[in-house]
Design a protein around this ligand. Structure first.
Ligand code: TNX
Length: 477
């Protein structure tokens, strides 16, 4: 037991300030009372439930508790302070979400808590992960379990890649064949599947995420990556003729037809539907790898489609190819390539657009760790844990400085994934690396410190049966 006890600083992402008081400590046991201000009630219930699982007994919520939760608006909105003394735990958040992130810090430390004071707040407002439901479908319950993993590392956005050439994974009223045909059996890569989210199950995921202060960012990829649309609705192809189903992993061969009015009726139905069921501010419209869309058609298409998220009260996010066209003021550009510079993204940043950094050679969770990794791809090279960790988003692209960054995101494409265990193997321990880049200020980030802290998670993941990559770069105990 003692061997698993953590030091106050054994937290990922690294907090802004850690001041241990080695003489002090506090142990949470069954019956330890949790005291909370009314505005902290939801977070307190979440903490009590999590602690009950660890200590194996009740953690009652009531007055004069040894653990005190409160909201203190003088702190940063997502920030918190956590003070551990012999008398108990005092956790204050700048908001309920700040408090929730403080709860994650507390839970990482376990129940034998080292004394001291942590003060913390994030570097970026957007700390994201992406899951590709199109190449391999994950159920609502599997997505929820993934959210449980993400929030431990203070990730606050989950981008769902809902559509691609192989499959269409979200119900759209008026277009039933999208899911009946392209969400049916055999619509994942290599014919795995089936699956799609009904609007009710999507809303269920959104609500589960919101209770954990995670914003869902739905993506409909267009005008490329749309073979599943054309397979279900041949009327949307250029000549109205059927196309074969495609479940291989090629990209860049399909496109919505820019010169066809029906295209825009379809797109507006999709965007309106998603806007209606998505409380978060963003709709991701894809825009990547349109290798079979003539540049003029790409511009025509985006000129019609980019205003639509705004029409329905949302901000458009698009992969950075979108930065080749004139963007609405609120649009967000997501950089994904491996090049050292990108003129369009830099111009968009100079013109005031915000950027999310997801360079594939650092932030892609679907790249292999090394040549022996059975899962994943390698087109962006191998991404070992140090490669995922040892870079800075503000240095990544000339012309895209700190002020232009909305944040970072770690995408997980699912061509080679077949299970939740596969997801975790590629996610751990690289997602914690990207999460730390998104949360922790530069001056507290350091590879030697990170690898030592990641090592302290190994026993917990082993005990919980969570699959992860036992990277030789990490000094696992
Ligand atoms: C490129 S990244 C893609 C995806 C693939 C991914 C695999 C991006 C915007 N497009 O279609 O799944 O590579 O790593």
């Amino acid at each position: 037991m003692r061997a698993f006890t953590k030091q106050l600083g054994d937290v990922i992402p690294h907090p802004a300030s850690v001041r241990p008081v080695p003489a002090a400590s506090f142990t949470i046991i069954p019956g330890t009372v949790l005291d909370c201000a009314p505005e902290a009630a939801g977070v307190a219930e979440h903490l009590a439930g999590a602690l009950e699982k660890v200590v194996g007994g009740p953690i009652p919520i009531g007055p004069n508790g040894a653990i005190r939760l409160s909201v203190d608006p003088s702190l940063d909105f997502e920030g918190y302070t956590l003070e551990i003394t012999d008398a108990g735990v005092d956790l204050r958040g700048g908001s309920p979400q700040g408090l929730f992130w403080g709860v994650q810090t507390l839970l990482q430390l376990g129940t034998s808590l080292p004394g001291g004071l942590i003060s913390d707040a994030p570097r970026y407002e957007y700390r994201g992960a992406m899951l590709d439901l199109a190449r391999h479908f994950f159920t609502a319950d599997e997505i929820k379990a993934h959210i449980d993993l993400l929030v431990q590392f203070k990730i606050n956005h989950l981008h769902l890649h809902l559509t691609d050439d192989q499959g269409w994974r979200i119900e759209i009223p008026g277009w039933p064949l999208l899911t009946e045909v392209s969400g049916g059996a055999g619509t994942g890569v290599d014919g795995v599947g089936p699956g799609f989210l009904t609007l009710a199950s999507y809303s269920d995921v959104v609500a589960y995420a919101a209770e954990r202060f995670v914003t869902i960012v739905p993506e409909i990829d267009m005008p490329g990556h749309v073979n599943a649309v054309h397979y279900a609705y041949p009327s949307l192809t250029s000549d109205g003729q059927p196309v074969p189903q495609r479940v291989d992993a090629e990209v860049g061969y399909s496109s919505l037809v820019a010169g066809k009015e029906e295209t825009y009726a379809f797109v507006e139905d999709v965007i309106r539907t998603l806007a209606d069921v998505t409380p978060g501010p963003y709709l991701h419209i894809g825009g990547d790898e349109c290798l079979s869309t003539p540049p003029e058609d790409y511009r025509t298409f985006l000129a019609r489609v980019l205003p639509l998220p705004g029409k329905y009260g949302k901000r458009a996010i698009g992969w950075h190819e979108m930065a080749a066209v004139d963007l609405p003021e609120t649009a967000v550009v997501q950089y994904w390539r491996i090049e050292a510079a990108d003129a369009d993204t830099a111009r968009a940043a100079t013109e005031g657009r915000r950027v999310i950094m997801s360079p594939a050679d650092r932030a892609y969770l679907d790249m292999k760790y090394d040549s022996d990794t059975a899962l994943g791809l390698d087109w962006a090279g191998y991404v070992d844990v140090r490669r995922a960790y040892d870079w800075d988003p503000a240095d990544r692209l000339p012309g895209v400085p700190e002020e232009a960054l909305l944040g970072v995101e770690a995408p997980l494409w699912s061509e080679t994934l077949r299970s939740v265990a596969d997801v975790r193997f590629l996610t751990l321990p690289r997602l914690p690396a990207i999460a730390e880049i998104g949360w922790s200020k530069r001056d507290v980030r350091d590879w030697e410190s990170f690898r030592a802290r990641v090592a302290t998670f190994g026993p917990k993941w082993d005990a919980e049966g969570v699959s992860y990559y036992k990277s030789p770069e990490i000094p696992w105990p």
